[in-house]
Ligand binder design. Sequence first.
Ligand code: B12
Length: 298
Amino acid sequence: MVTRVDSAKAIEAAIKAFVSGSEQNLLGIDGGPIWEEPLVGFADGEDPLFEEYKKIIGSFHLTPRECLEQVGGDSFKAAAHRRTSVICWVLPMASRIRAGNRRRDSAPTIRFVHATRHGEVLNNSLRRYLVSMLTQNGYIAVAPVDSSLFKSFNLPTGRTSVWSERHVLYVAGMGTFSLNDGFITAKGMAMRCGSVVTNLELPASPRVYKGHIDNCPFLVDGSCGDCIDRCPAGAITVKGHDKVKCDQYKRDVLPGLCKFYEIPPNTRHSQSDWIPCGLCQFGVPCESRIPSRKDGPG
Ligand code: B12
């Protein structure tokens, strides 16, 4: 008999093999890998935090059950397995890509721009691979950000969405938030992440944190705060991250600074001027690990 633990182990192995074996993980400009070995976790889709997110994020934020009801319709209602789980992963950025960005103070390196754009193509292929693997085995599955369910829109406080992958990873115990709004995992903050909802029942990963800011020394005891100086937009202060300023810098300033970069086409970010920033994630103690408190000045 295949247990829930066996299924979880098989999925974790499949995710790791997909990333290490994918040509999409090789960066065209230098042939090296974009992502290091992924971290994998599982969230119980019935965790009460998902309902709380309707207050913390907004009533528009979907629960895993709502995702499957909307995508699976009658087949979800009729399915033998009606519990929901979320498969979550973190793709840690390769060290040579991180190293370049540490030395930059107004615009990221061209290697990072390529890596982010192509790396998100791989991330999306991984979402599709898992959905197809699960559906071929008779389960209902959806990658919310790669489906008709996904919407991202502006609020007065900045951009938000109906499915925040970091909040989902928090349920799976994979990290916590920080002063700059980034998510700090065991492999740090310089990463991208992904998630797939399914009615295959999987064992929930333990959530060892006391709260949603545990990994950020500044938010815990005022030490560190290095990301404040790393932000070229002045969008990070002791009060937190101004998403509107952050977004404006990326849209209005970066394209000019990076105009000599040859930006490759990208199926997920089709606007030709989409340039990621992310400098606040590099050259900081949480870049590739959970910082200890003594890393900070205080
Ligand atoms: C919209 C968006 C943006 C917006 C807004 C970012 C934001 N903070 O929400 C803008 C354009 C500014 C942006 C910028 C970037 N983004 Co972006 N973005 C997204 C997107 C599409 C949706 C995010 C979302 O829904 N946010 C919802 C709101 C509510 O989140 P929030 O305000 O940060 O949440 C706070 C509160 O909820 C609070 N909180 C209060 N009480 C409680 C209680 C509990 C229990 C919890 C858990 C939380 C909580 O904690 C949070 C932090 O303060 C996601 C992809 C996805 N679908 O998830 C990527 C994503 C967040 N972006 C990502 C990245 C890499 C970036 C950039 C580095 C690169 C870039 N694109 O240039 C920059 C970095 C900016 C930064 N310092 O955060 C990564 C995250 C990587 C990481 N380590 O965190 C994501 C997850 C994409 C991915 N799939 O990997 N992004």
